[in-house]
Design a protein. Structure first.
Length: 549
């Protein structure tokens, strides 16, 4: 006989006209239902969170929230009963209210968490499997520790640092401040080298159970969800523009803080989440209750050549996943992660809207997915059949042999509808990136391109001229940019340009355009940098050739 959890779970797939009161009554029963084990409580939480993101009615959302907002009490009951809570710390499930997770966070994330949740974050010395990493920098924190750590096998670093720390100060904030004081130019390098695990305790306010962003209007699902077979990337990418607005600085800061918290409790860190361009944080209304918040990085943190953008998407105010794009000219490498909880929802449609947004805002029309995303050294992507998710949306492998294998697998599926690719086949298919060429993209043009090829070729040319003297490399690039383009630039693009002789022979109009590109890379918005690059056909041709070997 189906249990209450079974019946609730069925409603994740029962979409259409609301069946008056049935789900609401089931949620009322769930509010009084006592789960006695970790697996059952996790299942209840994930089902409620899905129903909150994909509600049939406003009452369903309200009732789901009422239970979720009190979830820390349910976890506390299990803890008091002596139930093992270790399952709550697994990456797909971490962040439920009332639980803890332990991870090695970067300096930027550690500072951010401590600044806003100091009582919820602490050093987890007992979880440090490589405590020796603390040793090299420890004499700057506790001078006499040099008596022990170079020669003893098990130095109690926690006791030494406790002795050096003023009694009135908390351990982690003190350590972060000391690292910044002794290595003001590179505090992140010093801190990250220590590999310190931190324990982050989620509470009633900061947790996956309760994190929400305000929504203008709740989108209720009174019709069946949009299935992958009904999604056309070509149609979605060419759809009317989404409404996009820039967030005010205070609102942008709050949004970034929420994004950092959401990622931390999912064991995730993105480069852009560490270094957001607060002055250029945007929100796009993607429809059906989905909002996408996205931003670039400020000049000091920009990549040498590619434009970087990151973002998080929300379904009816619930954080549902994140995206990262690395763009050069009209090509974008897209990393997309939909949180496990919501993978039974409108995944394909949501992905299509993300691509539509970046086509609209950045002007990119060729989308690339890295092998890792589809399963190369990524067991979770293999288990989920990620390759076929992208393939059925119209992506193709850039490797001819893997493209042929794809066609053979598809032919077999046509003959045997129940056929599923073996794990070994999926691992083979994941050995090359897959591309989707949108409106205006030239078929095959980017098949053999890799940004690594550009960097290595330029590095080889620079090393042949200057050896290992990177200062001379940058000085030469600056002189080259000043002499030929009239700008002061030591950017990665200037370094690459200094290795391409033909660039200096362009017309004055083309050189002026290059000057604008160099300036845009080092100030202003990265979107402008990318748009300017897209207009310079000769520069595009030169870098495309350099990267396609």
């Amino acid at each position: 006989m189906p249990t209450l959890l079974d019946r609730l779970d069925e409603w994740k797939r029962r979409f259409g006209p609301p069946e008056t009161g049935q789900l609401e009554r089931l949620l009322d029963a769930a509010a009084k239902y006592h789960v006695r084990d970790a697996a059952g409580l996790i299942r209840l939480h994930e089902t409620l969170l899905f129903l909150r993101a994909y509600p049939r009615t406003p009452e369903v959302a309200r009732r789901a929230d009422a239970i979720l907002f009190q979830f820390a009490e349910r976890v506390a009951e299990l803890r008091a009963a002596g139930v093992d809570l270790e399952p709550f710390a697994e990456p797909p499930l971490s962040g439920i209210a009332g639980t803890e997770l332990t991870a090695v966070f970067s300096y930027e994330v550690a500072r951010s968490l401590v600044a806003r949740h100091s009582r919820a974050v602490r050093l987890a010395w007992d979880a440090h499997d490589e405590a020796w990493r603390v040793g090299a920098g420890s004499p700057r924190l506790a001078p006499l520790i040099a008596e022990e750590w170079p020669v003893e096998a098990h130095t109690p670093f926690d006791r030494w640092l406790a002795a050096a720390r003023p009694r009135a100060e908390s351990e982690l904030p003190w350590l972060l401040d000391r690292v910044r004081a002794i290595a003001p130019e590179h505090p992140a390098d010093r801190y990250n080298a220590m590999g310190l695990p931190l324990t982050f305790a989620t509470g009633t306010r900061v947790s996956r159970s309760s994190q929400r962003v305000p929504v203008r209007r709740l989108f209720c699902h009174t019709e069946p969800l949009i299935a992958r077979r009904d999604v056309s990337l070509a149609r979605e990418v060419a759809a009317p523009p989404l409404r996009v607005e820039r967030l005010a600085p205070a609102q942008a800061r709050r949004m970034i803080d929420l994004i950092v918290d959401t990622s931390a409790m999912r064991f995730r860190e993105l480069y852009g989440f560490h270094h957001p361009d607060i002055a250029n944080v945007f929100r796009a209304d993607a429809g059906r209750g989905v909002e996408i918040v996205f931003f670039g990085v400020p000049p000091a943190w920009r990549l040498p050549l590619r434009a970087y953008h990151a973002g998080m998407f929300f379904k009816n105010g619930v954080p549902a996943g994140y995206v990262e794009t690395l763009s050069i000219f009209d090509r974008a490498e897209v990393g997309f992660n939909l949180y496990y909880t919501f993978r039974e929802g409108e995944s394909a449609w949501l992905y299509a809207r993300v691509l539509h947004l970046f086509h609209q805002v950045l002007g990119v029309n060729c989308f690339s997915v890295d092998p890792y995303q589809i399963g190369d050294e990524n067991a979770e992507a293999i288990d989920s059949g990620a390759f076929w998710f992208y393939r059925k949306l119209g992506f193709r492998s850039v490797d001819p042999s893997l493209a042929a294998l794809t066609l053979r697998e598809e032919a077999r599926m046509a003959r045997q509808p129940a056929w599923r690719s073996s794990r070994r086949t999926l691992q083979r298919l994941a050995k090359a990136c897959v591309l989707y060429e949108g409106p205006g993209a030239a078929p095959g043009e980017w098949d053999h391109f890799a940004i690594r090829n550009v960097g290595i070729a330029a590095t080889r040319a620079l090393a042949a001229r200057f050896g290992n003297d990177t200062d001379r490399m940058r000085q030469n690039a600056a002189q080259f940019a000043a002499r030929h383009f009239g700008v002061d630039s030591t950017s990665g693009l200037a370094l690459v340009l200094s290795t391409i002789p033909d660039v200096a022979k362009r017309s004055s109009v083309e050189k002026k355009a290059v000057a604008e590109i160099l300036q845009a890379k080092e100030r202003g918005s990265e979107t402008r940098y990318l748009r300017l690059m897209q207009r310079h056909k000769l520069l595009r041709s030169a870098l495309l050739k350099l990267g396609s070997v």
